[in-house]
Design a protein around this ligand. Structure first.
Ligand SMILES: [Zn+2]
Length: 267
């Protein structure tokens, strides 16, 4: 682990000791499983298997539909978790799904539909999944398909008509190709929306997700769901803290870095 990343994790835990994590539903974000690429969000399958086994034994994993319905009704979902994946890469079907199936854990996959439809690779060597493999995933009954825009666009810098087109095209393709309605949305790069994007998302989806590395308490805004990204460097120890709703400071550092990195970028 890089010195900076490890310092951030140690500091994040120290911050949690003085500033207790909020109670509520914990939503985990995964990107890739199978360690095909060297990126920090591409977990070796045994590590993912170990984490899922832990959730199956000591957690209480809900489907996103169930969790959003109960959060909207004001229920306190402390002690529950939701598993989410972003993008729609081939490893979700080949490596992650068999593990989810082994432990009978539901998960939501937010797909950027243009990458699937036109076989556009994701950055850092991410090979896109096919519609046929995603249809198989849907037929497992464990997988909910959500939208992650059409072209993995950063909505905060698009004109209103382009925001609508990104969302509508993704909903349309998921319906046409998979026969399911995309009720849930995840913002690419977890960038907070502009008022225009926020309105367009609320009009179309039951929920929307960002990052945040915090739990979602009763009365939270289900169109600003907070999620905790899991990285190869989390190991068992930091994973445990994230499942308990901790490590928020790590997200605060991420947001600071992103404000510089995505300034002027569009996707
Ligand atoms: Zn993404």
């Amino acid at each position: 682990m890089g010195l900076l990343a490890s310092t951030v994790k140690v500091t994040a835990h120290a911050v949690d000791v003085v500033r207790s994590p909020d109670a509520g539903l914990v939503i985990l974000i995964y990107h890739r499983v199978g360690a095909r690429t060297p990126v920090v969000v591409d977990l070796p399958t045994p590590v993912f298997d170990d984490q899922m086994s832990r959730l199956a034994e000591t957690g209480d994993v809900l489907s996103l539909d169930d969790a959003v319905g109960r959060l909207s009704a004001g229920e306190d979902l402390t002690g529950h978790q939701v598993i989410t994946f972003d993008d729609g890469t081939v490893d979700f079907v080949e490596d992650a799904l068999p593990v989810l199936d082994k432990y009978d854990l539901p998960a939501t996959l937010y797909v950027a539909t243009r990458h699937i439809d036109e076989n556009v690779p994701f950055p850092d060597g991410g090979q896109s999944a096919t519609w046929a493999s995603l249809a198989d995933a849907v037929s497992s009954r464990l997988v909910t398909i959500g939208s992650h825009t059409h072209s993995h666009a950063l909505l905060d810098r698009l004109a209103p008509a382009d925001v609508a087109a990104e969302l509508d095209r993704s909903i349309e393709l998921i319906g046409d190709k998979l026969g399911v309605h995309a009720s849930h949305f995840a913002y690419p790069k977890a960038l907070a929306p502009t008022p225009i994007a926020d309105r367009a998302v609320r009009e179309r989806f039951v929920s929307a997700a960002l990052a945040g590395t915090r739990a979602n308490g009763p009365g939270c805004d289900v169109h600003r769901l907070l999620r905790s990204p899991i990285q190869t460097t989390d190991g068992s120890r930091w994973f445990g803290h994230k499942v308990a709703g901790g490590m928020r400071f790590e997200d605060e550092v991420r947001q600071m870095v992103n404000r510089r990195r995505y300034r002027g970028a569009s996707a």
